[in-house]
Design a protein around this ligand. Structure first.
Ligand code: HPA
Length: 234
């Protein structure tokens, strides 16, 4: 047990999928894993471990924002030995040619700040995905015929952003979408020699103000789980 995870040693798999929402973790585990067992309930942050095609997998909520994700990713890596961590979540699109429901595979994650800022101080560290996972996820998305984009995203500290000028600069520099967790996940993976990737679906569009209809959210989430699992064991 750790401060935030109630699992016994050995109850967490080396491969962990991290949706933001704990109820999505439960849905994904019950839908995609054989013999899924709940291994964490502390603070309602649900985690499940089971088998996918014979491989052990844990699907654990990360919460919203980098401070929350940092707590879970630190404990999963340092205390439970997680080695492959894949965020599955939503993002807002920032380019005209990225559509609602498209999949974005985050090659890099720019930020203004992360919980690791104190370590880097004046250095602008460049958080990036594991190339093997990224390539396998792109192959998995292509083979399923899912519209997908590979490139840079922006991990923001705020959902209700009072500085639209920052979003404009991100768009101008080719950033595909905005979310709130990937950069810190990539930094922690780099620090602990683990593999990380963020697989995201576009839930809303910052330029057109379209949003993904509620009924499409579940199926797009399922697509991300399949891409992430296929990439993890490619
Ligand atoms: N901003 C930040 N995070 C998000 C967004 C957004 O527009 N959409 C989904 N996650």
């Amino acid at each position: 047990m750790t401060i935030h995870i109630g699992a016994e040693p050995g109850q967490i798999a080396e491969t962990v999928l991290l949706p933001g929402d704990p109820l999505r973790a439960e849905w994904a585990a019950k839908t995609f894993l054989d013999g899924a067992e709940c291994v964490n309930r502390v603070r309602g942050m649900l985690g499940f471990t089971g088998l996918w095609n014979g491989h052990r997998v844990t699907i654990h909520g990360s919460g919203m924002g980098m401070p929350s994700l940092s707590i879970y990713a630190n404990e999963l890596i340092r205390d439970y030995g997680a080695r492959t961590l894949i965020r599955i979540g939503s993002c807002g699109a920032m380019q005209g040619d990225v559509g609602i429901r498209d999949v974005i595979l985050a090659m890099t994650a720019s930020t203004l700040s992360t919980p690791s800022r104190g370590i880097f101080r004046e250095l602008n560290f460049a958080p990036c995905a594991d190339f093997g996972l990224l390539r396998a996820a792109a192959d998995a998305a292509a083979s399923r015929g899912l519209p997908h984009h590979v490139g840079g995203i922006y991990s923001s500290d705020v959902f209700y952003d009072e500085r639209p000028d920052l979003n404009e600069q991100m768009t101008r520099h080719g950033i595909l979408g905005v979310e709130m967790e990937a950069a810190e996940l990539y930094i922690l993976a780099a620090r602990h020699k683990a593999r990380a990737l963020a697989v995201l679906t576009v839930s809303d569009h910052l330029l057109t103000h379209e949003a993904l209809p509620a009924e499409a959210r579940q199926s797009s989430f399922g697509d991300m789980v399949e891409i992430a699992l296929t990439a993890a064991f490619a």
